[in-house]
Design a protein around this ligand. Structure first.
Ligand code: SF4
Length: 220
């Protein structure tokens, strides 16, 4: 095993030991994952949960449900997630594209790269959102990179977030970890958890499992 592979697995195992399985993505159906991935942009998960509940109550958490509403009415239902007009438009774009491509079942049969290109072609769907959808809704092995990933790995001196592009960081994980959907899902979720518990903007290094095991040498 190469040094980097060993280090990435070591981090994963320590975080898993510390926090346990995170059970991501918290959704009842793959379609709910899709909706959640759009709603969660720049907001807390608590707000997303609220919006999803409201959509369920109003029977519009489905392709047909979203299609039948106009952007203004959909935006009213998801107000609690912020940027609701933009997100309502994005949800409609996403659903329209799903239908154009033949639905989730048809899209699920595509190769990961092809599926990714189709998702990225939808207005308002960036790489992090597309990859979250591919990993958690379509269950294909792609590593999701977010601000938390950048922050933690930069502090571990494994990358320089200012210099590396999204896909370079994604590839770093994918080339040094087994291509395993379950591992990728859990790893991303654990990094998010760690960034919230310890590796915050202003880090709380005391009690951090990564410093206790000499993985992190940060001096904050
Ligand atoms: S020791 Fe501090 S900087 Fe390093 S990973 Fe832990 S919380 Fe982050």
């Amino acid at each position: 095993m190469k040094k980097l592979e060993r280090k990435l697995m070591n981090i994963y195992e320590l975080l898993l030991q510390e926090y346990g399985p995170q059970g991501w993505w918290p959704a009842e159906t793959p379609f709910e994952v899709l909706v959640g991935a759009v709603l969660t942009q720049n907001t807390s998960w608590r707000n997303v949960e609220k919006a999803i509940q409201i959509m369920k109550k109003n029977r519009c958490l489905s392709e047909e449900g979203i299609l039948k509403l106009n952007v203004t009415d959909l935006a009213k239902l998801i107000k609690c997630v912020g940027f609701y007009n933009v997100k309502a438009r994005r949800l409609k774009n996403l659903v329209e594209a799903l239908i154009k491509y033949g639905g989730m079942e048809v899209l699920g049969k595509l190769k990961t790269e092809e599926l990714r290109l189709k998702l990225l072609a939808i207005s308002g769907i960036g790489k992090e959102t597309a990859d979250s959808i591919i990993l958690y809704a379509f269950e294909k092995p792609i590593f999701v990179v977010d601000e938390y990933t950048r922050r933690i790995l930069t502090r571990l001196e494994m990358l320089d977030a200012r210099k590396m592009e999204y896909d370079e960081i994604r590839t770093l994980f994918e080339e040094n970890l087994p291509r395993d959907v379950r591992l990728y899902k859990e790893y991303h979720a654990l990094l998010v958890r760690h960034a919230k518990e310890h590796c915050r903007k202003k880090p709380r290094c005391e009690g951090c499992v990564l410093i206790e095991n000499a993985i992190c040498k940060a001096k904050f």
